[in-house]
Ligand binder design. Structure first.
Ligand code: NAD
Length: 484
């Protein structure tokens, strides 16, 4: 382990090299792996591949740091988190540009808002507190509920919002006295390594460590005896592996997983006004978001007009490299997802479903670009309706009866989010109340906040992030009973 440098010079473009962050040090690795720019298909940089010994070192350092970190007061930890937000702010432009380069999302409408929201999130969470609750106070005794830290938390993150989804975990975990080791997705490790490097100039050694590498690091973390909790965001299939692996050490788990969210546009909806929100609800981040609209149900009474207006709006967008200021939709983040989304296009064509926009991939174009594709009224049992596409394909599905569409929306193993659109808010809320999801928006899309729990029902998740409820999941409820 070498102390390569703890000075972090602000720059508009950080060009590496990248290091693991372990015990406050920047650490080299023997092996590395290539990170691809999805807009070009070319190698962007090499990322360090941690060994299992290096993962152990990070966990040992986090365990040792926990002893001192957990003695700090809330106010002291708030100061550290605010100092971290300030340090990230200095590097805001650099981080956003790097995020576009490794993830593909447009710089102005995607990467910069993601970095800004993350920084703001840290500051807001830093100001939150989890007080001791007095459960009973009688003549003979007092009963208090304390929320004590868990110890070392392992964060495992995906490639669609690599900065936001990691910092969503960092801020509440550190606020509540825990220390953390993050393993980013092998597809998008660079921004995480970079904000980890910046963290070493702020936090005491071992409080926040970053280990990048292949998927095999994940199971090592989920089985690790010195990690008390795993906060995981990723696919439902991987989440099931996490549950099995974590059983051996009875780890606490928060799992944010896949979804197949339905948007239901009711007969009385002001659907023309809602088209931009519905479009971006589905296509934002090139459709690569867990709470994206993956099934868009519209009432038969405005079917044809709706499809024409939706397609017209879609035609105004520009697909391309996120660094181009005119681009509003970026590529698929990686080749695996590019190939997976193409299996949906193949299935749609093989089954003669009606494509009213897109559908053809430009084979000669470098990078992983899939055009926005709109499928008009595919059958309910089709692959594009039943499975999570996680890409820019929108099935617009017609319904006649509200009761029937609620049943169809609920007929899924997933239950992450959903939305309901209608002029009569009482009716829309009544429909929303019948959806089996963790979150549901009415006449708005994707509103979030540090005090709003974010999580999934059914196979979309266990526990929540955000909100007081999410912060409590980084703590152990400890009851203290005192005889007076
Ligand atoms: P993924 O499950 O393939 O990978 C997620 C992370 O898990 C990566 O860091 C990966 O390296 C790691 N991993 C892989 N195998 C593992 C194992 N056996 N044990 C432990 N960790 C392992 O998911 P992805 O493709 O990166 O992300 C896309 C999926 O994530 C989609 O299904 C999407 O809906 C879901 N997602 C959910 C939320 C949410 O908040 N609910 C947010 C974003 C993404």
């Amino acid at each position: 382990m070498s102390n390569l440098s703890r000075s972090i010079a602000p720059a508009n473009l950080f060009e590496g090299p990248y290091y693991l962050s372990i015990a406050g040090e920047l650490v080299e690795t023997k092996d590395s792996f290539a990170v691809i720019n999805p807009a070009t298909g070319l190698v962007l940089a090499n990322a360090p591949a941690a060994t299992s010994e290096q993962l152990d070192q990070a966990v040992t350092a986090a365990k040792s740091a926990f002893k001192r970190w957990s003695l700090l007061s809330y106010d002291e930890r708030q100061s550290y988190l605010n100092a971290y937000a300030d340090a990230l702010e200095v590097h805001r432009d650099e981080l956003a540009r790097l995020l576009t380069l490794e993830q593909g999302k447009p710089l102005k409408s995607g990467a910069e808002p993601e970095v800004d929201q993350s920084i703001s999130w840290i500051r807001q969470i830093a100001a939150r507190r989890i007080p001791v609750e007095i459960l009973e106070d009688t003549d003979s005794h007092i009963v208090e509920l304390h929320h004590t830290p868990l110890g070392v938390v392992g964060a495992i993150t995906p490639w669609n919002f690599p900065v936001l989804l990691a910092l969503w975990k960092v801020a509440p975990a550190l606020l509540t006295d825990n220390t953390m080791v993050i393993k980013p997705s092998p597809f998008t490790p660079l921004t995480t390594l970079r904000f980890g490097q910046i963290a070493q100039s702020v936090f005491p050694p071992g409080v926040l460590s970053i280990v990048s590498g292949g998927n095999e690091l994940g199971p090592q973390m989920t089985a690790h005896p010195d990690i008390a909790k795993i906060s995981f965001t990723g696919s439902t299939e991987t989440g099931k592996h996490v549950i099995r692996s974590a059983a051996g050490t009875v780890k606490r788990l928060t799992l944010e997983m896949g979804g197949n969210d339905a948007a239901i546009v009711l007969p009385d909806a002001d659907w023309k006004a809602a088209i931009p929100q519905l479009f971006w609800g589905a296509i934002g981040n090139s459709g690569q978001w867990c709470v994206g609209i993956k099934r868009l149900y519209i009432h038969r009474s405005f079917h044809e007009e709706f499809v024409a207006a939706f397609v017209e709006y879609a035609r105004q967008q520009k697909l391309g490299d996120g660094l181009d200021p005119d681009v509003t939709i970026g590529p698929m983040q990686n080749k695996m997802q590019f190939d997976k989304v193409r299996t949906f296009l193949d299935d749609i064509k093989a089954n003669g479903q009606k494509i009213v926009l897109g559908g053809e991939v430009d084979e000669g174009r470098p990078g992983y670009f899939i055009p926005v594709t709109v499928v008009d009224n595919p059958p309910e049992n089709s692959k594009i309706v039943q499975e999570e596409q996680f890409g820019p394909i929108v099935p617009i599905i017609v319904y006649d009866e509200v009761d029937d569409v609620i049943e169809r929306a609920n007929d899924s193993p997933f239950g992450l989010g959903g939305s309901v659109w209608g002029r009569d808010t009482r009716l829309a809320v009544a429909v929303a109340n019948r959806l089996e999801t963790g979150m549901v928006w009415v006449n708005e899309m994707h509103t979030q906040g540090v005090d709003i729990p974010f999580g999934g029902h059914k196979q979309s998740g266990v526990g929540t992030e955000g909100g007081h409820e999410g912060r409590l999941l980084f703590t152990n409820p400890k009851t203290l009973l005192i005889k007076k």
